[in-house]
Design a protein around this ligand. Sequence first.
Ligand code: ADP
Ligand code: MG
Length: 251
Amino acid sequence: MALEVKGLSVRVRDKVVLKGVSLSVRYGTVHAVMGPNGSGKSSLAYTIMGREGYEVMEGDILLDGESILGLETHERALRGIYLAMQDPPALPGVRFGTLVVAASNKRLGEAELTRVKDPSVIRSMRALASELGLAPELLQREVNVGFSGGERKRSELLQAALLKPKVVILDEPDSGLDVDGIKKVAEYIRRFREEGRAVMLITHYARLLKHVVPDEVTVLIGGEVVARGGAELAFAIEEKGYAIAKEWGMK
Ligand SMILES: Nc1ncnc2c1ncn2[C@@H]1O[C@H](COP(=O)(O)OP(=O)(O)O)[C@@H](O)[C@H]1O
Ligand SMILES: [Mg+2]
């Protein structure tokens, strides 16, 4: 099992945002995590990455059978977990191309981060940008400074594709995208699965799941798992809304 979340309860300041959540993501599969706004989906992603302020009260998170709770965020990233955030922050002063090179060098164990060690990284970055419909100039711009919603989402996918993580967590990668953008995101997710990565796909609507049929679906409401199933659960939600999830239960 690539990623296992076991009985996880999490607090942010005084608010309990996850209550005993368990789910696993296997290599070579897509596990969709669905739920209405405020159900704890992003909190789950942040807790897996070890974001500051998300305090684990109970439970564990395992990568390849080993707990990662004691690791810092950058250590979790180096172990092979990548999170494409719902709203990735702007990093004024840092060029996007430099960030990608630094992340790639770090994964290769290089001490010098900004010097291009492996020219194939630049070639791959340019090829991915072109495939994702990102202008070459974007690589020279500051990370997410003035990027459109679509450019933010596509540049997150570029990093996920280039860094080749074991576990890819995508937090609403479809939000703010048009139909062509959604198809492109879906194509990349299918590719991640084919490459054997474990994909956790957080989504609010089932429309993306028409293009990437998930292997498993877990529904969160109020920080708790209320239903589990296959793709048919996602399509039942699309048709009837989240009320169906509670009836569905754990069958
Ligand atoms: N940093 C935070 N400070 C205060 N409340 C938070 C914080 N992060 C999440 N929450 C609260 O936790 C709940 C779950 O939020 P979130 O995980 O973002 O849900 P989702 O991604 O499913 O929309 C919400 O009620 C939200 O307001
Ligand atoms: Mg969210």
